[in-house]
Ligand binder design. Structure first.
Ligand code: PMP
Length: 428
């Protein structure tokens, strides 16, 4: 029978619901679990899909006959750049293959803007009185901590199903020249799972900006990470920005961290040809060249863009049941109670769970005491502060399926308990 929402229950009914959940929670604590849903790491089973990489490359010369063991080739192996240019929808001259972390490339791009300024910058950003970034929330914690480490102010806008609230972004960017950039995870966003539509991307690419050097940090970390057959197509931000008269506005990032080996993949940077040359022009003082041995083994391992797509289908086979388990556990405990909403993402690595205002930190603490580690409440907001204390990021990729089921049933119990406590007005 359909459940009565908690808000419609009588005080007596609520008290007995609370007692029931306290008992369920006590049983949960007694089980002495030790489970971890904190970070979006690939599981060992996923890493095993790339085991063959450890026996590659076969030989040590690239297509042009260059010995990849040696120095040089700052822009990366051309055959790997071709492969990912196709997958990311740019031209080969518009993409660089680098080291193992796209986060490092984002950091370099930010620091180069601070120290030197970008194409179109009137002066280095460090010489501005204040630098602000637009941050869609909820979003990726490392984006915020990176800005925070350089004293860059963060202005939040809501992340909606079709991307950042573009009306809000346009209004912030139009009149304030201190707004120099924004973060976007365009495809299967961390943590909301949203996909930026072609229409929203077109507006972001062409909107008037008071800062001539306004940058979109387009972090397409999950471009290829589909969980269903309904595969999202990433908007072509580089072409849209070029057509909109702001060719250097977007800087695109991606990596194979969640394709091959999270700690030993290849990261990519893309943008206008001038953006690529600007980036390499600063990078050349820091590096003689990337790990081309790793580039070559990735080329051999995948064979072609279709090889990458086939490999991603293997990830999906492992990941999709875990996401289904998250949904099933939350639905089983919480459907109809009117206390929680969560995403059913079509790709990426996260489920975003919204609970009653003021309950997220309590739920994470309850789960911790029951041996279930969750991402700290507020982590998906600048400075770790969720103004409503209502969002929890769930990352089901790392534990085995059975553990995801157990952990999520436990989390659902914690949500029900915290909501009941709040309604009864008894946090004891
Ligand atoms: N961007 C986003 C949105 C991510 O979720 C992650 C990984 N959690 C990264 C970047 C990190 O990417 P990389 O391993 O290439 O540094």
């Amino acid at each position: 029978s359909p459940r009565t929402p908690l808000a419609d229950r009588s005080p007596d009914e609520l008290r007995s619901f609370l007692e029931e959940k306290r008992a369920a929670y006590a049983t949960l604590v007694e089980r002495g679990l030790r489970l971890d849903l904190t970070r979006g790491k690939p599981s060992a089973e996923q890493l095993d899909l790339s085991e063959a990489l450890l026996s590659l490359p076969d030989g040590h010369t690239d297509r042009a006959g260059t010995d990849v063991r040696n120095y040089g080739g700052l822009e990366g192996l051309v055959e790997l750049r071709e492969m990912f240019a196709e997958l990311l929808g740019v031209e080969t001259a518009q993409i660089v293959a680098g080291g193992n972390a796209s986060l490092t490339m984002m950091h370099d791009v930010l620091v180069f803007h601070l120290l030197h300024g970008g194409l179109d910058s009137p002066r280095p950003w460090k010489d501005e009185e204040v630098v602000r970034f637009v941050c869609p929330v909820p979003g990726y914690d490392r984006h915020y901590t990176m800005l925070e480490s350089y004293g860059i102010e963060m202005v939040t806008v809501p992340m909606l199903a079709d991307g950042p609230d573009v009306d809000a972004v346009e209004a912030l960017v139009r009149d304030d020249p201190s707004v120099k950039g924004m973060w976007i995870v365009p495809t299967y966003a961390n943590p909301a799972g949203s996909v930026v539509t072609q229409e929203v991307a077109a507006r972001l690419a062409s909107m008037p900006a008071a800062a001539p050097d306004f940058r979109i940090f387009w972090d397409n970390a999950y471009a290829l990470h589909h969980l269903t057959e309904d595969e999202a197509k990433s908007a072509d931000i580089v072409s849209l920005a070029s057509a909109g008269g702001h060719p250097h506005r977007p800087v695109v990032f991606a990596s194979t961290s969640k394709v091959t080996l999270a700690g030993a993949g290849v990261a990519f940077l893309a943008g206008s040809r001038e953006t690529v040359q600007w980036y390499l022009g600063h990078l050349k003082f820091a590096s003689i060249g990337p790990d081309k041995v790793n580039h070559l083994r990735h080329v051999q391992f995948f064979g072609s863009p279709d090889g990458v797509r086939a490999h991603m289908a293997e990830h999906r086979r492992i990941l999709a049941p875990k996401f289904a388990a998250v949904d099933a556990a939350l639905s089983a405990e919480l459907d109809g109670l009117g206390i929680a909403e969560w995403t059913r993402p079509r790709g990426g690595y996260f489920v975003s769970l919204d609970v009653p205002d003021g309950c997220a930190a309590r739920i994470v603490a309850l789960a911790k005491d029951a041996g279930i580690a969750l991402t700290p409440a507020g982590a998906s907001f600048p400075h770790g502060r969720d103004p409503h204390d209502r969002n929890i990021r769930l990352a089901p990729s790392f534990p085995v399926l059975d553990e995801v089921e157990t952990a999520m049933a436990g989390v659902a119990t914690c949500v029900a308990l915290a909501a009941a406590e709040q309604l009864v007005g008894d946090v004891g």
